[in-house]
Design a protein around this ligand. Sequence first.
Ligand code: AMP
Length: 373
Amino acid sequence: MRVAVLGCGQLARMMALAGIPMGMSFSFLSENNEDTAPVAGLGPITAMDEDLSSHELYEALGKPDVVTVEREQCSLVPLQRLAEHCAVHPNPQAIYQCQNREREKQLLIHCQVPHTPFVSVASADELQSAVETLGFPLVIKHTEQGYDGKAQWRLYDQNDVQNFIASAHFERQSDNASPYVAEPFMDFEREVSFIGVRGVNGEVRFYPATENVHKNGVLLHSLAPAPHLSDELIATGQAGLKAILEHLDYVGVMAMECFVTSSQLWVNELAPRVHNSGHWTMHCAVASQFQNHMRAIAGWPLGNTQLTSVAAMLNLLGIELDQDNQLEDDATLDWYNKSVRPGRKLGHLVINDQSTDGAIERLNRLKQKIYRD
Ligand code: AMP
């Protein structure tokens, strides 16, 4: 089974590292001079060239049986071209729906999934209407730019609104989508994510919901299963994700990030791909999210999504691990082969423990050791 991945970052790396033991071979398509170090040695890398015909692109990637992506912010052109020759999972239309926050919210509305309230903003007047509807503080997000908390702004008063307007670019985005969405600043108790996988035959499986802590909009650590999440909220989350997967006729892994208030779940964002909050599955689930994504897109039976222990994951953000002093027993290191830059996702540690309290205690200790805060 030959697999081509659009993207050359850590998610592409971990997909390949899951697929190779199952006999798959990989090639990678890089875009926009991206850093390809994470996939070095895992298969040939082709740079995207718009002048390549669909057949030339297919040949350059080694005639893959199936193509997948490691990110939703990608050009759909190569995917549409490759779809003339082989399977593309998830399908380009599903990626298109999730590439723009306004379209993504329309998808949530269509599938009747509870989501963060929002107002589309395409002008200064619409921003003022959003303030009237949602009140302060509000979060304004670009619909197509930014990830990990980038290209989003918090507005606390009219002064912030005027400053934002002065630097905003109110151009319509792809297919006339608004450039921004405004959301109320959600006073959530915690954040959780649901990760599901859908096979070619329509079977859907879920990993246990995961609790996530972000710092400056970037995931810092995760804990699974999310402690004390009611059966009702788990059922709501899983039903919502299943409805989305089915509506999109989606094949592969999808993540759904949510805010949790006292008794409600509000979907914040979808990721049509494997997800950072599921990295713990590499070491604490029977079949990891990466293995299951590969199995799904290959048309093979899905693997067991059950936990083998309680799991905690700590991201290494802009920081190198001091292996001699910080790599503890029962903690596993995954390093992405990237150069060190402030705040950059460089690797992660997964801790497995028999109890939630034990995992939390060890996570906190490790966090203090590594980040010294
Ligand atoms: P996003 O890029 O939408 O995934 O946002 C990154 C992180 O910023 C989220 O995981 C939250 O921690 C925070 N955030 C995003 N939107 C909101 C909101 N409307 N209210 C409060 N916090 C938010």
